[in-house]
Design a protein around this ligand. Sequence first.
Ligand code: PEP
Ligand code: MG
Length: 841
Amino acid sequence: MQKFDLITEFTEITPSAAIATADHGWKAKCLQRLVRLELPVPGTVALPARTVRMIAAGHPVDAGAILARFGPAPLISVRASPANPDWGGPATILNIGLNAARHQALCETHGETAADALYTRFVQSYAIHVARLDPDMFEDVKPGPGALTEVLRLYAYETDEPFPEDPARQLSEVLRSMARAWEGTSARLLRSAKGAPEDAALGLVVQEMAQGIGQGISGSGVIQFVDSVTGTQRITGRYLGQSQGRDALAAREALYLTRDPRGPSLEDTAPEIMTELIRHGATCRDKLREEMQIEFTIEDGRLSVLDAVRVARSARAGLRIAVALAEDGVISPREAVLRVEPRALSELLHHQVDPRGLRDVIANGIAASPGAATGRLVFSAEAAQGCAARDEDCILVRRETAPEDIRGMHSAVAVLTERGGMTSHAAVIARGLGLPAVVGASDLRLDAKEKRLTARDGRIFREGDVITIDGSRGEALAGAAEMLPPALDESFRQLLSWADEFRDIGVRANADTPADAATARRFDAQGIGLCRTEHMFFEEDRFVVMREMIFADSPADRASALARLLPMQRADFTELFGIMQGLPVCIRLFDPPLHEFLPATREGLRELAEALARPLSEVTRRAEALREVNPMLGMRGVRLGVVLPEIYDMQAQAIFEATIESAKRGAPIVPEVMIPLVSARREVELVKTRIDAVAAMVRTRAKADFDYKLGVMVETPRACLRAGEIAQHAAFLSFGTNDLTQMTYGLSRDDAGRFMNTYVQQGVFPEDPFHILDTDGVGELLLTGAERGRHTRADLKLSICGEHGGDPESIAFCRRAGFDYVSCSPYRVPMARLAAAHLAL
Ligand code: PEP
Ligand code: MG
């Protein structure tokens, strides 16, 4: 019958054999490369995926013909070779071919102990992986004399037949069981979780055993030439005498390859073999253009290389390896840029929890601001300030943050909130400050009054207890986790400067303060794309002046508050322009959502009354009068500018006077003034008329000239739809996708965290739209706005300045839409630069 044709299709791996990853798998291909490099690889035969599929379907395989390739009475191993190494595969089986006769021969060459150990091991792994017997049945077998007899007896007892003696039968059974294991449901599920396609194929490689057990220097190990965590050049690995396969990795008694305080390292016992390994490592790096981990065996002082795989690496090691390879001319700078995943960069900018250490997770939430920090738990801004005064690191835990907490956030090393999402107050402020933050950690219970936090497993943490916040993974950990410092080294700078040579969309930073601007410059942002001026007043001594202005209910009071604000703003802008040295700076006029500025508690009201020297009752009444049901949709942005135009007048005056001052100091600038939360053309007309008038007034008074650009922040759906007429009065449009997402979905950015996980898990949203731009809905509004705006004005500058500006997929969207630049938090600038380069390559 056709179905049972004997399968004979296999290929011996030689330098010229036709071996392809798609047919034979990555391991077969990799072994062929090693053979071509003349590394001492034992004889190997590759079975293509086609053959393996037929074996799984029941076709018999001509195992005798395979064995014949290895000379008389060989011992061999079979390994999985899927097309992609990440897809896993059935376990390797070693020592196939062992039987009574071969065991006897081994006793003579290698001694009885070694021969017994090898045979016992083979019988056990055959029993478990091929005959599918329960691994527990060998639990009571003691290693040493008698073990072999016992495992052979157990095998015969369980299977009702003696252990197979015929090597051809052993091999064909091994091949069949591995082929079938690949087709099994659990293997399918496992690999599809790792992205393998439904029809992912498995090749198999059959290799002559290099024993690792013998009289002279014998053993096995792995070696690599860079550190997997840091990426620095360093020999690491393990070696275990009298061992096989990857035993050395699992065994505690395995020794280091160089300098081991516990005993002689491989370098001590066999320096010439170490030299040989180092030479092979250099060959692999040069010719395979990658840092490889080499699996090797030594038998009686003779080295064999069994396999070489790409060194597993952390993000920081990945970057350093790519740059080092390019600097050594092994790969091109272009390839180095492409080898580093943009999202991986954010780990390098901050302290990071050492992946090698323990992680005792007490709560999960949204990874709102990357980095990690350890400190004592505090439950209020006052306590955080107290800690800072004592020079103690603290972590501020709040249900959600309010204006009063900003002082506390400044004093803390990290923030944890029970509520909130990617663009909530806590998240935005923490990213701006570069503080690690986890928000929306809804699996913890917070009792601020009792100063107590209950973790998801019921453990209780109190004020003063030490915890760690991992803002990169969205986890809170008990105790002080091991940390890695930021890796903003030369390699990092080099990679990004290569990336800049390729990219074709600008990258600016959202920077509100001189400190932010300095960070933006450090990361080579091409300017400031959004300066949220109300954030310039978040510091404690200034916050009160801002509040005074908001609280003023008579023109005289307001004028007096504005008169105090003017010099502060002028000094701010002068400093900002000085730091940016002529690079563009886009200043957004005030957009203070009132709930971010009004005290939320009685205590806060009392403090405010004190600061303003007003009776508490009056401050309370005014706060009540100002309080809005829905402040995010209330008297914000341009609405404030239209209703109380003197506020924007003051800001415009400060900007223009700073512009003149900057030119005097030798750093001329053309400031960009941006009007927030616009929804109608008339709003722009009203504000523009007044700002032009202020400009004229400043020019006359100072007897100096300057230019400026006026633009509109597009963050309401209506502004997108009416961008055509809005652009009549705007030199640029910048899409504020935080508010635009909030308003398009009708979804509060401060409350979304409460159900976002459920929504994403249930597939309602593919991703958190505050995190990754919703290209279908919000994106359509962006395209409409861009197209209508440019229709009116072909030279209209377009950009995005919402949090999405730092996200690689959103950047791709903006680039396709012909935007001039993206703007994101300073700490996301490097990622944006690299992502933009990837898009252009
Ligand atoms: C926005 O809405 O996208 C934006 C950048 O402004 P803010 O986050 O300050 O509302
Ligand atoms: Mg906004």
